[in-house]
Design a protein around this ligand. Sequence first.
Ligand SMILES: N[C@@H](CCC(=O)N[C@@H](CS)C(=O)NCC(=O)O)C(=O)O
Length: 200
Amino acid sequence: MKLYYSPNACSLAPHIVLRELGFAFELIKVDLDQHLTEFNEDFYQFNQKGQVPLLQLDDGSLLTEGAVISQFLVDQSLRKDLLAEINTAGRYEVLSWMNFIASEIHKAYSPFFNESYSEKSKNVYSRTLNKHYAWVDQQLNGQNYLTGTNFTIADIYIFVVTRWADFIGLDLAHFSHLASFMNRISERQTVQDAIAAEAA
Ligand SMILES: N[C@@H](CCC(=O)N[C@@H](CS)C(=O)NCC(=O)O)C(=O)O
């Protein structure tokens, strides 16, 4: 398997999932501005959306959309703790989080990485993020992970996008349960290995 990624981008989530599962994979770095892979190939020939993450299977088939790639990967494994089996309530609880993170949190960060947005528009997105994180912080009150006692792919995904708060100067320190959660996830060996591999 090959994972096309950009350092610290949302592709870090399926990258961590690959390490949690112990799968063999190759990382291919993409320069998103130049649309080039580290081998000087046009990234658009692999993904016309021009976005990471992109997963290429050994048979050459391609899968996009990080939240779906993470689900796909766990379904290829025996690790049902990361995402419960089909037709169980636990699975849909995790998928509900995945959808919330993708549609409400992940995309609310995008304007901060796009120079065409004004400061005024960015302030609107800051307020949106604060509102969502206030709710997330409440959910984490008294529990280690988003869905309770179990670490899942939703914890990985929200960890990856919430790291961006530091990059854009969004202060989330007042959300103490969220802060503890971020520390807890950052202590995992797979998370540290993935971050180090992307920095190499
Ligand atoms: N809907 C996609 C969005 C992926 C996405 O936003 N990727 C960003 C990096 S975090 C990217 O590739 N941006 C470059 C671009 O959109 O041109 C997903 O969830 O996988």
